[in-house]
Design a binder for this molecule. Sequence first.
Ligand code: PBG
Length: 328
Amino acid sequence: MLNRPRRNRVSATIREMVKETTLRPANLIYPLFLVDGENIKSEVKSLPGNYRWSLDLLLSEIQDCINLGLHSFILFPSVNEEFKNSTATYSYSSKNFYLKAIKTIKEKFPNICLISDVAMDPYSSDGHDGYVRDGEILNDETLPILGKMAVAQAEAGIDIIGPSDMMDGRVEFIRKELDEEGFKNVGIMSYTAKYASAFYGPFRDALDSAPKEGDKKTYQMDPANSLEALKEAELDEAEGADYLMVKPALHYLDIIQILKQNSNLPVAAYHVSGECAMLTAACQNGWLEYEKAMPETLLSMKRAGADVILTYFAKDYAKMVKNGVITL
Ligand code: PBG
């Protein structure tokens, strides 16, 4: 036998030497849920270990993460029903607690990278990402609302805008609005290939943002399609996106790979709430070992081609790196 692949696996040192993929905490983005109020840390039942934070407590949570080597965060607002309406006006109101929080967070931690969510659903009385009229989710009528939301977030000090709405043409629309208002260095991480997935359940629980009627299939992509992801990527790139995101991640590793192979932009993968909840549940049952299964899961996305991974496990991963459980 001339070829014995096992020779390259013979010792830990050799295995480390030929390792092809590493995942550093710097590649991770930690999603955080914000609620209005004080002294609130309420666990999301369907996503154990994740909380809706009031700003005061969130600030110490962010400090904690920074101490672990985690510096990038994506922030989502859980909005009281009374502030929701059909045109999501609260999303760009100067009274919006989310915008105020962005300002405070960036003042306290100027060096972190803070990413926003741009979509109507947390603020919409219809629970949809776009403007609804007679049961139809209108595209072009939604764009100005998203534009106002993005500019308001940029004014508050956000580093990167995250349009998660899947309306056509929104990246270009937002890019032009930002540039016109003087925010040319604020980036756009576009949810490029966002699928109409069953794995967003715990997130919608966290924000109480599920659609009141119908589903999101006229704007989010069909899980059966991959050529369509290339089409979306081509458009987002032409419209000025700085990152292309695939969402969900774990069930769409093939999409991550084709986007990576077909674009020079960094590819982000959103390891969504339901995907994280599955693993957490199996580990809580003693069916999987968290400290092994979790890093293997994240590594699969990096290996597929993700440069950046958004995951609810980011803090635990950073902790494991810090404690030497994971070597880079
Ligand atoms: C909504 C949005 C969703 C997520 C991020 N932004 C849910 C949806 O489209 O219904 C899901 C994230 C997750 O499940 O972790 N604009």
